[in-house]
Structures are given as C-alpha cells and as structure tokens.
Design a protein around this ligand. Sequence first.
Ligand code: FES
Length: 81
Amino acid sequence: MVCLANVDGELRAIDNRCPHRDGPLGQGWLEGGSVVCPWHSWTFDLKTGEGEFPAKVTLPVYPVRVQDEDVLIQIETPPIG
Ligand code: FES
C-alpha cells in the first residue's frame, strides 16, 4: 500500500508501512514536507523517503502524476521468481 499526501498542492507517494513496527503512515500527519507515523512518531521526508527520526532509515518513494481526474502512482513490482 501507498501513503499519498498533498504537500502544498504537490502530491507525493511513499510506502505506507512504517519500518519500525508496520504502522500506517497514511494515517499519520504532515509536518512541513514530512509524514509522521501515528504510532511512535518516526518521521520521513515525503520527497526523498529519508528518515528524519530516526535518520538511518529510508523508505521507497513513488513517482506521482495527475492525468485528467486520475492520480497515477508508478509502483515498480519486484521480479517474480
Ligand atoms: S510503527 Fe511507526 S513509529 Fe513505530
């Protein structure tokens, strides 16, 4: 799943699962350009995926574009097998 956020009119998509204990980042809140996990407040930059708290963890971010009324998120799937 993906956490989709509107940062000052720009859509950003990041992996929804917090690497701490699998908290739902999409249910967290925004602080500037970052999302804060609702469970224990780990914080990630929505543009780079880099952790701000803690700093050594990075999440995947996904390209987003709007086409007509659709939001398209490019999620690359791992190879099968
Ligand atoms: S599960 Fe996200 S900070 Fe703990």
